[in-house]
Design a protein around this ligand. Structure first.
Ligand code: PMP
Length: 423
């Protein structure tokens, strides 16, 4: 069977709304390598969208999950729970930034975590409004799609969206939006759209992910914290893409010097096993009635056991330091490349959450076609890449944090070659 044959079969049975970036069907994956069914080998700079931070098929995670499977695979944590469910919550509540005592709940997907963070914020405040940011991404369910600040493809044709959601601009130095303008825009929302006493939560990404890998300045996060404190609003940090050592800290919020009231976690939490979490201040988290939060698969034993291994690996393999090292190598190499490729408008690295934005050097206009060509040519050269950005003109680099230095450099050789070809 070939990639092409499977791709044709896929197009017959999978709706096009579930996109496919590459016509490449995986047979095997190991650390930063992926092999397709034709035996082609790729260097993976996507890590399943920032999920396998600990590398593909990490032995310790696979062994722990296999042992768990031999014992049991599901009982429903809300019916008859298990030790790993409690242990993972103990660890995450300890690791979450800030001094306030925390509690956790587990769910299955990132979007579900965001949904539940909003539910908790509403239950705690007795209010309904939520403020999110333009360019933000929070998921594909009805509430999270409403919170997401990018129309195509995430919202187009899917309205109406839930009531009482408002969007403010996210600060963005490269595109001329200052921290003051962003914070002023929230004040304007309070003046023109919704009084602050009806706002339950402000949700933000410490580094905007799908929106283009823009990092929140510290002053912005502090400004949000002050606004929330002043008006009794819950501050939710969506750490679904930024968490678990990706940015060089366990959580990117640690760069910002604030304690959010609630945090959402998923993706890197369990190295590829579907589990997500909301961790927040204990009194806030306890606002929902027993039974109001959860789900049949929420906090699956496979996810909990994998999550415990992920935390050990992050510590023992020093993945925060590794993420910083990866960011430095990529930054140095791409900055050098920028001298001969003026279409590289900006290189952004927060640890190993890294992006290159392509813009026309004269007009500053986004170069979507160039970005598309880089992505598709990458496959021909044995490299898996992702795009992002509201204008789809950014490539993001998210290799496993466990990537060996020679593999990282080989991947960057390929990337440089592809960029030089299409520039
Ligand atoms: N929030 C953020 C910041 C994300 O990056 C994502 C996924 N890209 C989500 C929420 C949604 O997660 P999921 O796809 O697991 O529902």
């Amino acid at each position: 069977m070939t990639n092409q044959q499977l791709h044709e079969r896929r197009s017959q049975v999978i709706a096009q709304g579930m996109g496919a970036l590459y016509p490449l069907y995986v047979e095997k994956a190991e650390n930063a390598y992926v092999w397709d069914i034709e035996g082609n080998k790729y260097i993976d700079f996507a890590a399943g969208i920032a999920v396998t931070n600990t590398g593909h098929s990490h032995k310790r995670i696979s062994e722990a999950v296999k042992a768990q499977l031999d014992n049991f695979s599901h009982t429903c944590a809300m019916v008859t729970p298990y030790a790993s469910f409690v242990e993972l919550a103990e660890k995450l509540t300890e690791l979450a930034p800030g001094e306030t005592k925390k509690k956790a709940i587990f769910l299955t997907t990132g979007a579900e975590a965001v949904e539940n963070a909003v539910k908790v914020a509403r239950a705690h405040t007795g209010r309904s409004g939520v403020i999110a940011f333009k360019g933000g991404f929070h998921g594909r369910t009805n509430m999270t799609m409403g919170l997401t600040g990018k129309v195509a493809p995430y919202k187009a044709g899917f309205g109406p969206f839930p009531n009482e959601i408002y969007h403010a601009p996210y600060p963005n130095a490269f595109h001329g939006i200052s921290v003051e303008q962003s914070l002023q825009a929230i004040d304007d929302l309070f003046a023109c759209d919704i009084e602050p006493s009806r706002v339950a939560a402000i949700i933000f990404e410490p580094v905007q992910g799908e929106g283009g890998f823009y990092k929140a300045p510290e002053a912005f996060a502090q400004g949000l914290r002050q606004l929330c404190d002043k008006h009794g609003i819950m501050l939710i940090a969506d750490e679904i893409q930024t968490g678990f050592a990706r940015t060089g800290k366990m959580f990117a919020t640690e760069y910002l010097g604030i304690e959010p009231d609630l945090m959402t976690m998923a993706k890197g939490i369990a190295g590829g096993f579907p589990i997500s979490a909301v961790v927040g201040k204990a009194d806030v988290m306890d606002s929902a009635l027993p039974g109001g939060l959860g789900g049949t698969y929420a906090g699956s034993p496979l996810g909990c056991i994998a999550g415990l291994e992920v935390l050990k690996i992050i510590e023992e393999e020093d993945l925060c330091a590794k993420a910083m090292g990866i960011g430095e190598v990529v930054n140095a190499r791409m900055t050098k490349l920028q001298q001969s490729v003026p279409a590289i408008g900006e290189i952004r690295t927060t640890g190993a959450m890294m992006a290159i934005e392509f813009t026309d050097p004269e007009s500053g206009k986004p170069l979507q076609e160039m970005t598309k060509s880089v992505i598709s040519k990458a496959q021909e050269n044995g490299l898996i890449l992702l795009s992002c950005g509201v204008k789809a003109n950014v490539i993001r680099l998210l290799p496993p944090l466990t990537i060996e230095s020679d593999v990282l450099n080989e991947g960057l050789d390929k990337l440089e070659k592809v960029i030089l070809e299409v520039a």
